[in-house]
Design a protein around this ligand. Structure first.
Ligand code: ZN
Length: 157
């Protein structure tokens, strides 16, 4: 794990060593953003063309970042084949799907970038544990979404 030094006198936490590895995975998926209780016109007001009744698609890329100790024998935080094996079923489940119709989670939650990033995080967390620190989901060349847990949140509050 990241080596944290807790300063007893000042109460500050300082990172002594930090190494991370980020790998990109890709999938294509369709979705429609809409609130079921509202009309098509009202949904268009909120979601614009993202609420097109016939849906639309994106070529997503997801960057998965893991952090932790560098294994002295392998020199790695995690074996890349192991990371690929962990990601494969998560990516396969989403690839070439209409998310709001075919993935039960998105029947109740909007299949937005935020929620897709959280879904991927929740799918990976049981397998990667504390090594998982960041998900970045790119939806278009102009937009991406990030998901963190509090202890790894990198920005000043
Ligand atoms: Zn979209």
């Amino acid at each position: 794990m990241k080596h944290m030094i807790y300063m007893l006198i000042t109460g500050e936490t300082k990172i002594e060593e930090y190494a991370s590895l980020t790998k990109t995975y890709r999938f294509s998926a369709g979705h429609r953003l809409f609130i079921k209780a509202l009309s098509d016109e009202e949904n268009f007001e909120i979601f614009d063309t993202c609420s097109n009744p016939n849906g639309h698609g994106h070529d997503y890329s997801v960057q998965v970042r893991v952090a932790g100790d560098i294994d002295p024998q392998t020199g790695a935080i995690i074996n890349l084949d192991e990371l690929d094996r962990i990601l494969a079923p998560v990516i396969d489940e989403l690839d070439h799907r209409r998310l709001d119709i075919e993935i039960p989670y998105f029947e109740e939650k909007q299949p937005t970038g935020e929620n897709i990033a959280k879904y991927i995080w929740d799918s990976l967390k049981p397998k990667l544990g504390d090594k998982l620190i960041h998900i970045k989901l790119s939806e278009t060349s102009n937009s991406y979404f990030e998901y963190y847990e509090e202890e790894n949140y990198p920005y000043e509050l």
